[in-house]
Write a protein that binds this ligand. Structure first.
Ligand SMILES: *[C@@H]1O[C@H](CO)[C@@H](O)[C@H](O)[C@H]1NC(C)=O
Ligand SMILES: *[C@@H]1O[C@H](CO)[C@@H](O)[C@H](O)[C@H]1NC(C)=O
Ligand SMILES: *[C@@H]1O[C@H](CO)[C@@H](O)[C@H](O)[C@H]1NC(C)=O
Ligand SMILES: *[C@@H]1O[C@H](CO)[C@@H](O)[C@H](O)[C@H]1NC(C)=O
Ligand SMILES: *[C@@H]1O[C@H](CO)[C@@H](O)[C@H](O)[C@H]1NC(C)=O
Ligand SMILES: *[C@@H]1O[C@H](CO)[C@@H](O)[C@H](O)[C@H]1NC(C)=O
Ligand SMILES: *[C@@H]1O[C@H](CO)[C@@H](O)[C@H](O)[C@H]1NC(C)=O
Ligand SMILES: *[C@@H]1O[C@H](CO)[C@@H](O)[C@H](O)[C@H]1NC(C)=O
Length: 439
């Protein structure tokens, strides 16, 4: 299901920031050139309490959410792969307590802080006049990348009578004069067995100022109840085009064809404030050239980059392993043996929560950890590695790399604790991830 990134860090409140200066509209060529757009993602959830202590309870829930999500991703990968998983990957059973923790946390969050959600969601408009929808920008839900439908747009239809549709914004084809009926039925099944299906339409779709005419999408009439508690109305997939179930161009491709954007890529700048998703290229405001691109093998649906190495204090500890880049994950995870090897090189490090895989280190000596993929070394700042003191007034701090077997093999899963240290370009055109140093 789409709200899998339970412990991602970005609020659903999104400010659409138009980068194009008003005068540019008067000059079509300029408008074209600057037609990429930024979506500002204002607030982040952190695992450090305001008193500087590590929020262990929340971190445990994030662990559970990550385990749950990758369990499901691997189930789907197995299914789409004819019952087998790629070499090195295996399904890990999820302890029941973890699923319960996840549920409890969800309830608690929705009661206490409705805005503290975790999806990459933002408003889009469909039709003339505008009908508004809150959609999950499905860039980082790998489970969707590997499925038909991962690059599709769907929102509920005004003729959806399912209970799950009741509180959502619904698309009314007859009240948009640019709406057209298309042939065929859209249907996708998510990893948890939930289904979404409905008729296909085309209409004008606008995302962060990027306007696309005759975009195919589905107004769904069948929405499984699991979506009822999800704050978003639908999903706008930014996955690889081959994964469309609408037999039409995905939003990204249409946007390029219609010159609304020039490049099939989106980029993330993640920071404490002003995090940004940039559609259609990169925003030079945040990074320094060059961008170092590394190919991804899109067959398993993950943004998985090979040949990584990790250094502690300048010395190489491990090399030639794979990494998965995922902003839907809060911290960083690795298999217990790899993580143990890494912390063995950190002075004063020790396990402080063996069941959850958390390690600590002396707060006055935060390790200098860096990654490279055969090129530049990208350092994780101490602010990003240090999750806070292990208890009040303690002199040991929790590290943002935890030991957890997610079934991914010898792979480090790099979430926001990593992503905050570099600019990331997800290029569908190059089938590659680009890293660049921050300004
Ligand atoms: C991509 O991954 C698939 C499945 O893991 C594998 O069979 C294939 O050989 C890989 N392709 C390349 C070019 O590495
Ligand atoms: C859809 O819009 C039309 C025209 O505006 C309106 O008459 C109709 O009641 C709407 N249908 C629903 C289900 O809201
Ligand atoms: C388009 O489809 C909608 C709902 O599926 C239907 O109500 C409408 O009559 C159709 N319009 C045309 C012109 O066929
Ligand atoms: C909705 O999906 C369920 C599960 O796939 C299916 O059994 C049901 O027939 C569908 N309902 C409609 C109205 O398409
Ligand atoms: C979309 O998916 C459904 C269900 O898997 C399938 O029946 C249908 O043929 C697919 N449509 C396209 C255009 O791929
Ligand atoms: C982020 O924003 C908050 C609230 O506006 C402010 O207090 C804080 O100093 C900002 N942090 C940075 C690193 O700019
Ligand atoms: C892999 O990384 C090593 C450094 O650890 C580098 O020397 C090598 O060129 C890289 N290989 C590729 C194919 O990028
Ligand atoms: C932490 O230190 C503060 C100030 O010295 C003190 O008031 C507080 O009781 C201490 N907390 C614990 C848990 O020791």
């Amino acid at each position: 299901m789409t709200s899998s990134s339970l412990c991602a860090t970005i609020n659903i409140a999104i400010v659409i920031a138009t980068l194009v200066l008003n005068f540019v509209s008067a000059f079509p060529q300029l408008e074209q050139r600057y037609a990429s757009r930024a979506i500002t993602l204002p607030k982040r959830t952190l695992l450090t309490n305001s008193d500087g202590t590590f929020n262990r309870d929340k971190a445990i829930v994030c662990n559970a959410a990550t385990a749950f999500k990758y369990h499901r991703n691997l189930l789907m990968l197995q299914e789409s792969n004819g019952g087998a998983l790629p070499a090195g990957m295996k399904l890990i059973d999820i302890p029941r307590a973890h699923i319960q923790a996840r549920g409890a946390w969800q309830d608690e969050e929705s009661l206490t802080d409705e805005n503290d959600d975790s999806e990459w969601a933002g408003m889009i408009t469909i039709g003339q006049p505008d009908q508004k929808f809150l959609v999950d920008f499905d860039t980082f839900n790998p489970s969707l990348l590997m499925l038909a439908g991962s690059s599709d747009l769907w929102i509920p239809s005004s003729s959806c009578n399912a209970e799950a549709c009741s509180a959502k914004h619904k698309y009314n084809t007859t009240s948009s004069y640019t709406s057209r009926n298309e042939t065929g039925i859209f249907s996708i099944e998510y990893g948890d067995g939930s289904t979404v299906s409905g008729s296909i339409f085309s209409d004008t779709v606008t995302v962060a100022g990027v306007k696309v005419r005759n975009q195919k999408f589905s107004a769904v009439t069948n929405l499984s109840s699991i979506f009822a508690s999800d704050p978003v109305d639908g999903v706008l997939g930014l996955g690889f085009p081959s994964n469309s179930n609408l037999s039409g161009d995905p939003f990204f491709v249409s946007a390029v064809q219609q010159n609304a954007i020039t490049t099939k890529a989106f980029s993330f700048y993640l920071a404490t404030n002003n995090s940004e998703l940039y559609l259609g290229g990169t925003n030079p405001k945040w990074y320094q050239e060059p961008i170092e691109y590394h190919p991804v093998n899109k067959s398993n649906g993950f943004w998985q980059v090979k040949n990584a190495s990790i250094n502690v204090g300048g010395a190489k500890v491990l090399s030639n392993f794979d990494t998965i880049i995922d902003s839907g994950t809060t911290i960083m995870y690795g298999p217990p043996d790899m993580v143990k090897e890494i912390y063995a090189k950190v002075e004063g490090a020790e396990v402080f929560d063996s069941s959850e895989g958390f390690y600590s280190f002396p707060c006055d000596n935060v390790p200098k950890i860096s990654f490279s993929w055969g090129g530049e070394k990208f350092v994780i700042s101490s602010e990003n590695f240090n999750l806070g003191t292990t208890s009040q007034n303690a002199s040991t701090c929790a590290g943002a790399l935890a030991a957890k077997d997610l079934g991914l093999g010898d792979v480090l899963l790099l979430g926001d604790s990593w992503m905050k240290n570099a600019y990331h370009v997800f290029s569908l055109e190059k089938t590659a991830v680009g890293f660049a140093k921050l300004k």
